[in-house]
Design a protein around this ligand. Structure first.
Ligand SMILES: Nc1nc2c(ncn2[C@@H]2O[C@H](COP(=O)(O)OP(=O)(O)OP(=O)(O)O)[C@@H](O)[C@H]2O)c(=O)[nH]1
Ligand SMILES: [Mg+2]
Length: 194
């Protein structure tokens, strides 16, 4: 898809009302610092339209990016950020839950997991949550450039085992640095956006 226009259309905080969009939405979930905003930037072909940071916890709102007036990318707040209080964590959780539960336009959830690490308890909970709400997430194994080629298969398998998923769930290795995997992700989006 050629990006002709994009805008950060809606930013939702803990208490905000969620937008009732009429175009398909694609959501990106995952631990803080896993690379959600970087993936969204890669998809939009921009360096830093979605704010990224080496400090985890940057995206603390649900951000809706309007792409070409055709679809939305939804940047969800990262979980598992240690420096945030239990109370705030619980509120973010509720906000994500509310979104998964209420969105009428959500077509696909991409759950991002760092390709170097086994899924955490939080990752498993997020996976279960998405499934509970009736979606089959696609797993994006991020930071592909950080491992050797020879390790990819093993790490993808570790992610599948860690989440307890079978071969029906897709895992797409991706690097925001090399853009490997980007086309596969765009293909999924374009197919579902029709
Ligand atoms: N080497 C490498 N670094 C990456 C990749 N993707 C993201 N990063 C880096 O990881 C850090 C976090 O990336 P973000 O995209 O801000 O992560 P996020 O998931 O949006 O984080 P929060 O907004 O805190 O939830 C940044 O320093 C990025 O440059 C990748 O594919 N390869
Ligand atoms: Mg972010």
């Amino acid at each position: 898809m050629v990006i002709k226009s994009l805008s950060l259309e809606t930013v939702c905080g803990i208490t905000s009302k969620l937008p009732e969009n009429t175009k398909p939405e694609f959501a990106f979930a995952g631990k803080s610092n896993v690379g959600k905003s970087s993936l969204i930037n890669a998809l939009m072909n921009r360096k830093s339209f979605a704010r990224t940071s080496s400090q985890p916890g940057k995206t603390q709102t649900i951000n809706f990016y309007n792409i070409n007036d055709v679809l939305y990318f939804v940047d969800l707040p990262g979980y598992g950020y240690a420096k945030v209080s239990q109370e705030i964590k619980a509120k973010w959780g509720k906000m994500i839950e509310r979104y998964l539960n209420q969105s009428k336009q959500l077509k696909q959830v991409f759950l991002l997991i760092d390709i170097r690490h086994d899924p955490s308890e939080n990752d498993r909970n997020m996976y279960e949550w998405v499934v509970y709400n009736g979606y089959t997430p696609i797993i994006i194994a991020t930071k592909l450039d950080k491992i050797k080629r020879s390790q990819i298969k093993k790490q993808v398998k570790a992610i599948k085992t860690g989440l307890g998923i079978g071969n029906e769930t897709r895992v797409i290795p991706f690097s925001a640095e090399t853009k490997q995997g980007l086309e596969d992700i765009w293909n999924v989006i374009e197919e579902l956006a029709e």
